[in-house]
Ligand binder design. Structure first.
Ligand code: BDP
Length: 591
């Protein structure tokens, strides 16, 4: 899927702003077909944004089920004869979209884009003003990722109809139209997709592009950052498919995309009617048993697991926040991050391309492990529908992010119960799917299960491990960290002979809380805690990275060990540093 762009033959209209909004308290709107008429009794709502934290009452904030969005738009006469597409950056989690009361698209999966071609209905319509209506449900069950379930309880101790959304992941189930909604045009014959693969030899690069297009493709041009055309080639149609076009074009003295020193080229595809310039970068990735090499140089991941999360906006896309975050990452000497636990906005990925951050791109497969020993994969929880949806999300993530040079590795899940026998065929298929989509990037998965229990890492390239020694186990006994960590990491390595990234480690820390001797939750403790991990990382040559958890404090559901959210941030939720930020800055600036 291509990002909507403006150029001499394409136009974009951003529908972000204030929409009409209506809570479907009793979840009756679908049955009553609210889309047929303009919504009644609406309130204003910001798009993009999560709606939850904009309300003042729990009933709205914690609503389980449907909410409705509506916006009117006009199509300018100048768009006559063009193909018109309505595109959602994301809608969390299940969306049905109507235009003027007619269904145009349905989508499941809260963190990836989807679109509807509305040309025909616009052409047939005599209306001057159109109406887009979205019914959005935030319900999570065992057929989706992330997984969840609705818990119903009854009996004398519970009010009638008592129920709530249970989730098995540690972030708030923010809901809404989280990313921009856009209308865009293309010519009627148009370029649908471009897949770019590159090969770098000595002093030459080959750019290979597979183009899907109903337009006749003429030529591709590679344009450098200064606007010079550095390579140009006529394109040939693939013999076996009418709408597929393939080209290979060579360029001399390529400028590589390096971490912290990005360089972006554009592949300009020119057809008879349509044209599209897709950004790409030149870099190689190689994984050995002990190293991750980018452009032939060993790369050590230093950075964070992050969240799309902030005050008021929730998970709503916020360009100012993205810029602040990237400036903080650079200030600290961080070179990478993981999109824990779902693909982040396209706008953020483009920024990462430009700023030279290395990204581990994670699909929203989180919440597939129970901490009480109950099974997730055997029985009636994770099922065939979950697997199908998981595979769909991998394909959507790949289709969206395939040409981003910043994406250096795919993560197919976070903390799944990979010790369960039934998880083995599941993840074999998931990993195979990822590989069949992309043969150019390594695949990882983030573990909570230890090396003794894990049954799936033989299929991965890199092993990512989350560990909380002396926090969730042996709480506050820092002296156990070194011993337990070294022992476990050696076990992982001896079992699989693959490089390891510590993808999470950290301690909840209240900003401004200080004590000596240090105790848990103080800023001193957070530094001491991470230092114990660092001593071992520095000893083990197969450790290829450290991503403390988490970049910033973030909101979670309410829980006994969550006082207004997860406080393991190195920054506060407002993006101000705790003491540990200075400690990490010093450590990372040395490398
Ligand atoms: C890990 C999860 C992460 C949590 C973290 C924690 O991957 O989402 O926020 O632990 O407990 O299990 O802080």
């Amino acid at each position: 899927m291509l990002y909507p762009v403006e150029n001499k033959v394409r136009e974009v209209k951003n529908l972000s702003g204030i929409w009409n909004f209506k809570m479907d308290y009793d979840n009756i709107g679908i049955q009553e077909q609210w889309q047929k008429e303009p919504l009644k009794d609406t309130i204003p709502m910001a798009v993009p944004s999560s709606y939850n934290d904009l309300f003042t009452e729990e009933r709205e904030k914690e609503h389980v089920g449907y909410v409705w969005y509506e916006k009117s738009f006009v199509i300018p006469d100048s768009w006559n004869g063009k193909r018109i597409v309505l595109r959602f950056g994301s809608a969390t989690h299940h969306a049905t979209v109507w235009v003027d009361g007619t269904e145009v698209v349905k989508h499941k999966g809260g963190f990836l884009p989807f679109e509807a071609d509305i040309t025909e209905m616009i052409e047939k319509s005599s209306l001057e003003e159109h109406r887009v209506t979205v019914a959005l449900s935030n319900i999570l069950d065992w057929t989706c990722i992330p997984c969840g379930e609705i818990i119903h309880k009854e009996g004398p101790g519970y009010p009638e109809g008592f129920h709530y959304q249970e989730t098995y992941f540690d972030f708030y189930n923010y809901s809404g139209l989280h990313r921009p909604v856009k209308l865009y045009t293309t010519p009627k014959k148009y370029i649908e997709n471009i897949v770019i693969k590159t090969e770098i030899k000595e002093n030459e690069a080959v750019v290979k592009a597979l183009i899907t297009s109903t337009d006749e493709i003429r030529v591709v041009k590679v344009v450098d950052e200064a606007g010079n055309i550095v390579s140009e080639k006529a394109v040939e149609k693939c013999l076996n498919d009418e709408n597929k076009w393939y080209v290979e074009t060579e360029m001399k003295e390529p400028h590589l995309w390096n971490p912290g020193a990005a360089y972006l080229y554009q592949l300009k595809v020119e057809g008879e009617n349509d044209t599209y310039a897709e950004q790409f970068g030149l870099r190689t990735i190689e994984v050995t048993d002990k190293a991750f090499l980018i452009n032939g140089k060993e790369f050590y991941f230093q950075g964070f697991g992050k969240h799309e999360d902030s005050d008021v906006h929730g998970k709503g896309m916020d360009e100012a926040l993205n810029i602040r975050d990237f400036n903080l990452l650079k200030w600290m000497g961080a070179n990478s991050f993981r999109t824990s636990h779902y693909p982040y906005s396209e706008e953020l990925m483009m920024l990462a391309d430009r700023e030279g951050f290395v990204v581990i791109d994670e699909v929203p497969a989180v919440g597939m492990c129970f901490w009480d020993g109950n099974s997730v994969f055997a029985g009636n929880r994770v099922n065939d529908d979950t697997l199908e949806h998981h595979k769909d999300m991998l394909a959507d993530m790949y289709n969206r992010d395939k040409n981003h040079p910043c994406v250096m590795m795919w993560s197919v899940a976070n903390e799944a119960a990979t010790h369960e026998e039934e998880a083995v065929p599941y993840f074999k298929e998931v990993i195979e799917t990822m590989r069949s989509l992309d043969d150019t990037r390594p695949v990882t998965m983030v573990h909570t299960t230890g090396p003794d229990g894990d049954k799936v890492s033989q299929w991965l390239d890199v092993i990512c491990v989350n560990r909380y020694y002396a926090w969730y186990t042996d709480h506050s006994h820092l002296e156990v960290i070194g011993l337990q960590l070294e022992n476990e990491m050696n076990k992982w390595y001896n079992k699989y002979h693959k490089p390891i990234i510590m993808s999470e480690y950290g301690a909840d820390t209240i900003a401004g809380y200080h004590k000596t001797p240090a105790v848990a939750f103080t800023e001193e403790f957070q530094c001491m805690y991470m230092n114990e991990f660092h001593k071992i990382f520095d000893k083990l040559d197969f450790m290829i990275g450290e991503h403390p958890w988490a970049f910033a404090d973030f909101q979670t559901k309410q829980g006994l060990n969550r006082v207004d959210g997860n406080k393991k941030g190195i920054f506060t939720r407002n993006r101000q540093p705790k003491m540990s930020a200075y400690m990490l800055k010093e450590r990372w600036s040395e490398n």
